[in-house]
Design a protein around this ligand. Sequence first.
Ligand SMILES: Cc1cc2nc3c(=O)[nH]c(=O)nc-3n(C[C@H](O)[C@H](O)[C@H](O)COP(=O)(O)O)c2cc1C
Length: 143
Amino acid sequence: MHDIVIISGSPSVDSRSQKVLGYIGDRLNEKGLSIGHISVRDIPGEDLMFGNFNSPEVTGTSEKIRNAKGIIVGSPVYKAAYSGVLKSLFDILPQDIMKDKPVLPVMSGGSISHLLALEYALKPLISTLKGTTLKGVLSGQPD
Ligand SMILES: Cc1cc2nc3c(=O)[nH]c(=O)nc-3n(C[C@H](O)[C@H](O)[C@H](O)COP(=O)(O)O)c2cc1C
């Protein structure tokens, strides 16, 4: 069981959003919190594609989230929203999996022009899983 579970929604190997998540995780770890990590890259593509709710990776992911005190959800901005693969994972998690948990949304975008993706895309997604969304962070690349 971890104090905080960090969920990375980037399909990229060399992921900018994952670096931001790693930085936040390290700072929290320095404060004495234990950190667990989940990445969409660790879930078999078949589970995500065919909605395998009961696969060991998916149920293990649910358990990690359910046992955490707080969650951080990270995603790149893709087409002014979160990544499709993050949605595929969230689609197969129990609908109340984040109930009563504070959830920090974190996004990285090509610029800050899609800043509202945090408000209009990621926060509502977290709310459907009953998480209590915190203010959030969007990191944009400098022009
Ligand atoms: C398929 C795709 C769609 C993207 N769409 C947007 C977008 O709509 N707005 C934006 O600001 N950046 C967009 N970007 C840029 C990424 O959000 C940005 O490079 C991000 O930091 C990538 O994070 P990652 O390395 O964690 O995947 C897009 C990138 C890709 C690959």
